[in-house]
Design a protein around this ligand. Sequence first.
Ligand SMILES: Cc1cc2nc3c(=O)[nH]c(=O)nc-3n(C[C@H](O)[C@H](O)[C@H](O)COP(=O)(O)OP(=O)(O)OC[C@H]3O[C@@H](n4cnc5c(N)ncnc54)[C@H](O)[C@@H]3O)c2cc1C
Length: 447
Amino acid sequence: MAVPVRNVVVIGGGVCGLATAHRLVRAGLPVTLLESSDQLGGLGTFFPSRGRWVERFYHCVMPTDDALLGLLDEVGLRESIGWQRTTMGMVVEGRHHSFNSALDLLRFRPLSLVDRVRFGVVSLLLRRLGKGEDLDRLRTEDWLRGLYGDAVWTTLLAPMFGAKFGSAFGDVPALYLWQRLGRESNDSVRGYPVGGYKSVIDALRASIEDRGGVVRTSAPVARLETAGDRVFVTLADGSVVEADHAVSTVPLPALREIADSSLAARLPEVRLRYQGVVNALFFLRKPLSGHYWAPVLRSGTDFDGVIEMSALSGTEPYDGRHLVYVMRYTDRESALYREDPDAIASRWTSQLLDLYPGVEPADVDEVRVFKAPFVEPVYPLGYLTDRPAVEVPGTRLLLATTAHVYPNVTSWNSSVELANAVTDRLLRTARRPTPQEIDAWSAESAR
Ligand SMILES: Cc1cc2nc3c(=O)[nH]c(=O)nc-3n(C[C@H](O)[C@H](O)[C@H](O)COP(=O)(O)OP(=O)(O)OC[C@H]3O[C@@H](n4cnc5c(N)ncnc54)[C@H](O)[C@@H]3O)c2cc1C
């Protein structure tokens, strides 16, 4: 029989925590969300710039992001997504290529003519070729080398996709790439919310608070314990929140650090490596190339991708300036990750100027560097079977983290889909308290 819920605690105020709390309060459950930082949004969070709010890390919505679009519908923001056809460039050994049409591919000198044709044909068929294969147990390198050939793998694919997972890319299950191609569906249309991602985060917070939920920022969870049918959450200030159920959205390595020893022993055994990211934003007085996205291969830069965000969002959110993100995914222990942000900003500025000779130092108005330690779990082969369950056995704790979204790609959409699944699971065993139960609990706590 479903038990009445006095309190659910959601740990983490990224999109997964916000979507979870939003769904639970809509179902009538009393929810408290705890976020360690002074801002909500997690990896989608923002910083102030000239009276506006700008995402620290580039973000866009894809037309296939059904779960996210459904959530936006619920908070009245679906129509706020501005859709735009975008283009892609490719920088190889310092030379710039457009990479959008069959003609672009035929002109793409880094590959031989035979390989260009092979690349085009295989890319068109790739999703279909993967059907029926056990891609979860097939190394990406084995799959792609076999289909595209050695030259395409070595020249293009290994450095391009390796940019996300580092040297381990070849070992990641081919299923990840297959899913990613499904999300992107060869579609160049991308979306960006008018008002930025902060407008979505604000709307979710308002939805939670309007229904009586509590959202606390600057509330880092220092310790998490479970005992029988209770969960005890100790905050860094020593206060304790007791709950009937908890949902943790913090990355698994960070969760292990706050779990008490008996809970830690129940957490999933899987130890994933995570790629972090170092990411610099350039506010420019002129556009760079007009391409939304350009991988940068063997061009003498530390970064390996350029996102010209204003090609999608326009320049209005940046006070008329053009916004470019450049990034390098890397381990949080790497020398680059540990390097001083000012040193990174200065070196990456000269590398960007070398790469785009049309841009002068005077065109660079402002540079900001942000880092995040846990961005992409590096999934091992067979992870579909080894992926941890969302339930932690013998406890009232549910997990909803980026380690659980596989085979979907890490994205806001996947986090919302996961939040929906976890919420459904919780609602199967829990029910909203009746007014009489709430009165009885208040009387009990007043005694
Ligand atoms: C460079 C970059 C580009 C990206 N591009 C896109 C894109 O274009 N489109 C897209 O959809 N997605 C994109 N993503 C991915 C997307 O941002 C993530 O998949 C998503 O934000 C994950 O949300 P989450 O809530 O699961 O985790 P997180 O955002 O990591 O949230 C976890 C939250 O838990 C909090 N927390 C941690 N420890 C504690 C604690 N002890 N107590 C309380 N709170 C705690 C953290 O502060 C954080 O707010 C991008 C990410 C990056 C870094």
